[in-house]
Design a protein around this ligand. Structure first.
Ligand SMILES: [Cu+2]
Length: 407
């Protein structure tokens, strides 16, 4: 359903802007503008090959057509005998194309090496793919909890510093995925039992880039959240896709890389290290980034059960056992267990399709707070065991700022 809308959103971004700003021929590349230097190299190589093939094709087909007509046998004449070898001609048509091919090989080889070997000083960020979402763990332990709407789905937003080489250390918790950022012209498989890496250095937001809202009022109705420390900062969004078919919601496995200037990024990192808002807010944000592909909050059945009125209502399990909704401890333990070891007990009429999603203790508590806020059962009103230790301090102490490597 949303593949179409996702694609539309993607097309309405950079590609369509290029088209709108002067038509196809305005842009040699026929492509959206690459968002890094290496993307530019890729485009140059690609377009070089494209024109190389096109020119040779036209030249060769032209000659063929011309000679076909020119040497068409005239009525009443005898066909001339074919000539034998022509050594200079044969050497020429072997050596010249070979030189071109050698050039193409080396250019491709060096371009490939640039793409796969990251600079030593690159900043390493962990990326996890799971059905059907992406998660990034920043070097100071922070995780992004912001989401934005792309097409018909809410996808996570990952802030990235501009002009800083970033190396993603990637892993999957379930099946094979692939991290693909068309604007950066780069893509890499993300595998369950092996780490892969991908690096990029995103360009700074251009002079006419959009800017972050300067007030909550301005943010209302925009796709961007109001973060006080980022007011007025320019940013560019690049859409991330999963490029490896990984199950029925593969097409919704998207994310947004939001590139901001490095100093703004440092401020952002300090703010989000603690998670913003109440536990319930953090739970809601975590739900949107990690659980919403399979669970709903409005009572509709999806891959997994809806969270509406889940907490505190009798839960029948496959095998006949029932978790009683009026027993606060048993129910709480069942929920924690369902999150930590999803395969152990299976909710009745569902399949064992939930993967183990790495979560911190605080996120689990926050998710439960959120789940309880969606339920009107009596036990949902009781305090959550363990929540006290994560309650936000009144003046949310910020984490120490991250160090980024010098360039
Ligand atoms: Cu995937």
């Amino acid at each position: 359903m949303s593949l179409g809308t996702n694609m539309m959103d993607f097309l309405s971004s950079a590609t369509a802007r290029t088209l709108a700003e002067g038509g196809l021929m305005h842009n040699w590349y026929f492509l959206s503008e690459g968002a890094s230097e290496s993307a530019r190299d890729t485009d140059d190589m690609f377009m070089w090959l494209w024109w190389f093939c096109l020119i040779w094709f036209v030249f060769l087909m032209g000659l063929m057509g011309y000679w076909t007509l020119k040497y068409l046998r005239k009525r009443g004449t005898i066909a001339p005998r074919s000539t034998h070898h022509n050594t200079p001609l044969e050497i020429a048509w072997t050596v010249i194309p070979t030189l071109f091919l050698v050039y193409i090989f080396f250019r491709g080889f060096f371009g490939y090496m640039d793409k796969v070997v990251s600079p030593g000083e690159a900043l390493e960020i962990n990326l996890t793919g799971s059905k059907w979402s992406w998660a990034m763990l920043y070097p100071n332990g922070a995780e992004s909890t912001e989401t934005t709407r792309v097409g018909a789905v809410d996808v996570p937003v990952f802030y990235m510093p501009a002009e800083v080489p970033i190396r993603l250390r990637m892993n999957s918790t379930d099946v094979m995925h692939a991290f693909w950022v068309p604007d950066l012209r780069t893509k890499q498989d993300v595998l369950p039992n092996r780490y892969t890496t991908l690096w990029f250095k995103a360009n700074s937001p251009p002079a006419d880039a959009k800017t972050m809202p300067t007030s909550a009022l301005e943010a209302a109705g925009s796709k961007v959240k109001f973060i006080e420390d980022l007011a007025g900062v320019p940013y560019t969004d690049h859409i991330v896709f999963c490029a490896e078919y990984c199950g029925d919601q593969h097409s919704e496995m998207a994310a947004v890389l939001r590139v901001v200037p490095e100093d703004a990024w440092n401020r952002w990192l300090a703010v989000i290290a603690e998670g913003t808002g109440t536990l319930r807010d953090i739970g809601e944000a975590t739900f949107k980034t990690k659980c919403a592909t399979c669970h709903t909050i409005d009572g509709t059945r999806s891959t997994g059960p809806s969270w509406k009125n889940l907490y505190g209502y009798d839960r029948p399990l496959v095998g006949g056992k029932v978790i009683k909704g009026d027993d606060p401890d048993a129910f709480y333990n069942y929920i924690v267990e369902s999150i930590k070891e999803p395969g152990k007990e299976i909710a009745d009429t569902y399949k064992n399709q939930m993967s183990i999603i790495p979560l911190k203790e605080k996120q689990i508590i926050a998710l439960i707070e959120y789940m309880k806020s969606l339920s009107d059962a009596p036990i949902a009103k009781l305090p959550t065991p363990g929540a006290e230790k994560f309650q936000q301090p009144a003046d949310g102490a910020a984490a120490p700022p991250m160090q980024t490597p010098s360039k």
